[in-house]
Design a protein around this ligand. Structure first.
Ligand code: PEP
Length: 294
């Protein structure tokens, strides 16, 4: 069976026996092939109290026990549940902690906001930035998203930058232009070195929470555009190593076909991450899809 990671490098699946380091998003093999570690992120949005979250995490960790570490698994609860989730995670849980947003300043008179150092202190490793709900419901603009990316990277948080087109934009044939513009507006002024560790989530707005996922072909085409734009505007190496997730009505039923493409490095999941069974099933399908050399 042919298996390729990175660009244009078909390799034998059996010829690669690679220990995945969960704390490194990619690595080069002796053959010069970039292997991107799979990443599954559950965005809880405004769901679950701290008490509910603790119960949920214990049940989920039990279901994930023994899962091989071919993918990174991240949960992004509301701010109010971060501490409870961290406390409920035992040392053997494969789950990592992420946040759904943050402000770009470290501290100060910014009522209602939380900062990168606060999230790091709570054990967060990832932060979702520029989610379409933040853009459309709360008026977030690319300029602010860029400042948040900068602050997250400065404090060692890994940003997950969300971009995606509306239905109107897709139907008018401007998807590529929209993705290009969102990337160019969010990522200027960064060195390639600084952006090492960023993740991009392609989330077509029309697919979020609608039950209507993008087709594999639509997702792959968008991911190729994102990688191409990153190669020309940042660097080919960063384009090659950056993980690009698909998000929008991912379910236990469609995750395998999405991850069968080497262009899709993982998924950002909303609704389906709220039940133990569906998130655990997605995690285990993703782990099997990303197991290499077995
Ligand atoms: C999301 O909000 O990021 C998302 C992908 O939601 P859902 O999976 O429910 O479509």
């Amino acid at each position: 069976m042919s298996y390729s990671k990175g660009k244009h490098f078909p390799v034998s699946r059996r010829s690669l026996t690679v220990q995945i380091d969960p704390y490194s998003s990619s690595r080069a093999t002796p053959g010069g092939i970039t292997l991107r570690t799979g990443l599954i992120v559950g965005n809880w949005k405004m769901n679950k109290t701290a008490s509910d979250a603790a119960i949920f995490i214990r049940a989920l960790s039990e279901r994930l026990h023994g899962l091989s570490s071919h993918v990174e698994l991240v949960v992004a609860p509301p701010f109010t549940a971060l501490h409870a989730v961290r406390t409920a995670l035992d040392a053997s849980s494969p789950l990592q902690l992420g946040a759904q947003d943050m402000f770009w300043e470290d501290q100060g008179a910014y009522t209602g906001e939380v900062s990168a150092p606060m999230l790091v202190d709570l054990g967060c490793r990832y932060v979702i930035l520029g989610h379409s709900e933040r853009r459309t419901l709360f008026g977030e603009q690319s300029d602010g998203i860029r400042k948040k990316i900068r602050a997250a990277l400065k404090h060692g948080l890994r940003p997950i930058l969300c971009i995606g087109e509306s239905l109107k934009q897709r139907e008018s044939g401007t998807t590529d232009d929209v993705l290009t513009q969102q990337l160019k507006e969010s990522l200027p002024g960064f060195t390639a070195e600084a952006l090492d560790g960023i993740t991009v989530a392609y989330e077509p707005i029309w697919a979020i929470g609608t039950g209507k996922s993008a087709t594999v072909e639509q997702a792959v085409a968008a991911h190729q555009t994102i990688r191409r734009v990153m190669a020309t505007t940042i660097s080919p190496a960063i384009a090659d190593s950056t993980r690009i997730l698909y998000g929008g009505s991912v379910t236990p039923q469609n995750i395998a076909s999405l991850l069968a493409s080497n262009h899709v490095d993982g998924a950002l999941i909303g609704g389906a991450c709220l039940q133990v069974d569906s998130f655990a099933t997605i995690a285990s399908v993703a782990s099997a899809a990303r197991s290499i050399g077995v």
